[in-house]
Write a protein that binds this ligand. Sequence first.
Ligand code: GLY
Length: 270
Amino acid sequence: MAAGKGVIILNERIDAINVLNRMLSGMFGQSSQTVVIEEFLSGIECSVFVLTDGKNYKILPIAKDYKRIGEGDTGLNTGGMGAISPVPFADDVFMNKVIKRVIEPTVKGLAKEKIEYKGFIFIGLISVNNEPYVIEYNVRLGDPESEVVLPRIKSDFVDLLEGVANGNLDEKEIIIDERYAATVMLVSGGYPEVYEKDKLIEGLDQTKDTLVFHAGTVTREGGIYTAGGRVLALTSFGDTKHEALKKSFDSAEEISFDKKYYRKDIGFDI
Ligand code: GLY
């Protein structure tokens, strides 16, 4: 409605007053007749996934995604350039705050409002001086977080989903792999703006110790070709963040297609 430009961050009160007046005078036409004013939050984000049967819940591995195309979190937003799990700043102290202030009130609140919800709750959080603030809720898993979250779940995932369906999630156990998982996304050069497709992908059989998730690919005579902006997600495990990332970056080098691009700084900020 405001061509993606409707959010304006202002440091000074006087600037906020001026912009508010311009908005209410039609800066974005009809769209800016209604204005929301929110506190600006500066911190680091993470994604918390909760599986609930409407009464009981399990917390899935915590992850952090990297949305921008450029290194150092610069440039345009994408569907996701990589992810890492666990997230060291989301330690027990932080997560206890998240459980008490966010997860339990959310699950109980849904039941109190008679919303029978079974499934995933994706809570986008920002840590501001180690205090969690909710940025957004989604009722789904996340991408590319899923590519690090799901591999870290060692217990039978179908059994957990049966617990959701049957309302006995409390009787199920979730076992989480303690190692780091790191995902690096290979994208087509030019993405998220104009990019070319139909590039032959080579080296898929050369990767070691890496799970390869196909996103924008197509198989046809002659091999596997690129068919989208986000082409492949490469997930590897390691005892340390660096080991997991190194394996994914090594696999990223083994795989080739014309104008391949990936961010080499996934996990840089945690
Ligand atoms: N990675 C963010 C999302 O799935 O919305």
